[in-house]
Design a protein around this ligand. Sequence first.
Ligand SMILES: [Zn+2]
Length: 293
Amino acid sequence: MNIIGIDIGGTNFRIGLVDENNNVLSFKKVPTSAVIKSTSVLEDISEYVEDFLKDTPFDALAIGFPATLGRERKKVLQAPNLRFMENLNVTDYLSKRLNVPVYAERDVTMAIYFDMAKYNIAASSITCAVYYGTGVGNAICINETPLVGKNGTAGELGHIPVIGDTTPCGCGNIGCIESLAGGKALRSILERFFPETPISDVFTHHGNSAQIQQFLNNMSIAAASEVNILDPDHLLIGGGVTNMTDFPKDRLKELIIKHSRKPYPAENLNIVFTEDEPAKSVIGAAIYARTRI
Ligand SMILES: [Zn+2]
C-alpha cells in the first residue's frame, strides 16, 4: 500500500510517496509558495500532487500542518504561518478530487508516529513528544491514539502560561512558554548577548553561559510540566534546537528530572532524544495514515 505524505509549513512544502515498509519511493521539498500560487489553495495542492505522482497509483494521502485542527480533523482552525489554510475543508475536498482517503493531522502528530516507529516504542503506552523548533511543539499518544481534546486542540504545551512574562505569542496570548523555550528565544539570546556567533555554533561556544543555562532550564520546565501531569512511559525530545551541534542533551535531561516529581515520575523517566531526517514528516504522515485506514 503506497501512501502520499505531505508536510506543509509556512516556508517549505514536503511531499513523498511511501511504501508499506516506510521506504520513500519519491520525495520533493519545495517552497510552499511554489505550490500555493493562487487563492484556490486546495486546487493548487491537488494539482501539485497529481503532477508529482505522474499517474503512479496510491492508496491514501495524509497531510500534516503546523496548526491547530478541529476535533474531526477535517479543517485547520488556527495557523499563524498558514493563514490561507484556515477553515477550509481540506480532507473532504482532497479526498473527492484525488479519489482516495485523506487524513489531516498536526505536524507534531506525524512526527511522534515516525519517532515511535523508529525507536520501537509500543503505541500501547503513554508517549509524549516535545519538539523544540521555532516554537515548542507537543504531541501526546495514549494507547495507540493521539490525544485530541474536546475541540481538537489538546497538546499545546508551548502555550502554557508563564507567571509574570509579558511577551506576546503568535497564538494571540501573552506570556506563553514557547517565547522563552523555543528557537525564537534562542535566536533573541544570540542577537542580544552573542551577536558575533553564528547560531549553529551557539551551544559549542556558549553552552555554559548563564543565558543558555537559563534557556535550557526554560526548556526543561515545559517538558517537566507534561511529565508531572501524564507520568508517561516515554518522553521523546527532539526538533531543530536539540539537533543542533553540541546541544547539551545530558544537561537538559538532568533539568527535566530535577523539575519532575520525586520519587516518580522522576526516578525511572525514560527520555529518548530523537534525530531528524529529511523525509521524517512525510514518512510519519504515511505511518499515521496506516493506523487510520
Ligand atoms: Zn501562545
